[in-house]
Design a protein around this ligand. Structure first.
Ligand SMILES: [Zn+2]
Length: 292
């Protein structure tokens, strides 16, 4: 089974997670740039973070056989902080880079006027850079937040098939299905959406335009939720092709619109190939000293 997790914050995870993901079939990920759990205080903090996503994190994933891509944007929560507004000025530089497959995470947190402005500005950047947009829906007041999100997307002029609206549930999926945007679902351990509810949604709405992710980060989350959803699909009577559509072909089709996915096996991880030795990123490796 091959799996592409289209939303996971790997820089918050360990090398054990990378190893377990690879063993579960994960071969590619997209890491959306987002909040750090506490406020950043200046644009430099974002610049170092963005550099880490396209540099060190991509290298770290490759050491475990996983192709890493990212999305770059000013997240909804920090859109409200005047100290972070300058981030909009540095985005064009990052949106031109290889491995950056969308603008995101965008959207609403508390649905403020500041969030409106930053959301619209970044959708315009997605249009300019011909990139997909990865849109987060608020965890509070989700139904109203999703409706307003779809209005802003429509007004921006971006093609709906280039937008994924994420963190959906039973109350928000229908509106997004009707909009022509892609439907994203984050499968969490205790809250919001689980494997069995996901399977029920797939039964009702089908497998087209659906992305399933773990959204794993530094909070209560599980980087193997993609694999667990695949298992739940098979147990519920979906076949291997259905699983491949949802967990591989769909993310490839959506993020492939960037023209920047790298999906060939990482050197050293193709079948019958010896592991690559002595690889470093700017002189640093994930190893603690030489392999014994
Ligand atoms: Zn996220």
């Amino acid at each position: 089974m091959r799996i592409f997790d289209p939303h996971i914050h790997m820089s918050a995870r360990t090398t054990d997670d990378y190893r377990a993901m690879y063993e579960s079939g994960v071969r590619a990920v997209v890491e959306p740039s987002f909040w750090l759990g506490q406020p950043r205080t200046n644009v430099g903090s974002f610049v170092d973070y963005f550099d880490g996503l396209i540099g060190w994190e991509r290298f770290r994933a490759a050491q475990y056989g996983i192709r890493h891509h990212c999305t770059i944007g000013l997240n909804p929560k920090e859109a409200n902080d005047a100290r972070c507004r300058e981030v909009l000025d540095v985005l064009p530089r990052y949106l031109a880079k290889d491995g950056v497959v969308a603008v995101g995470e965008l959207g609403y947190d508390s649905m403020t006027a500041e969030e409106d402005e930053v959301f619209a500005a970044q959708l315009a950047l997605a249009v300019t850079f011909e990139l997909p947009a990865m849109v987060h829906t608020p965890h509070r007041d989700k139904a109203a937040g999703t409706t307003r999100t779809l209005d802003v997307v429509r007004d921006s002029g971006i093609a709906p098939e280039r937008v994924v609206v994420d963190h959906l549930n039973e109350t928000t999926v229908a509106a997004v299905a009707d909009s022509g945007c892609w439907m994203g679902f984050s499968i969490y351990p205790d809250t919001k959406m689980d494997e069995l509810r996901m399977v029920a949604i797939l039964r009702e709405f089908g497998t087209e335009r659906v992305l399933v992710n773990s959204a794993a980060d530094w909070g209560n989350s599980d980087p193997l939720k993609t694999r667990k959803t695949a298992r739940a699909m098979l147990e519920a009577g979906f076949n291997e092709d259905d699983v491949d559509v949802v967990l591989w072909q769909n993310p490839v089709a959506f993020y492939g619109q960037s023209g920047r996915l790298h999906l060939d096996p990482v050197p050293g991880f193709a079948e019958h190939e010896p592991p690559a030795a002595g690889v470093t990123f700017e002189g640093n490796s994930v190893l603690r000293g030489a392999r014994v």
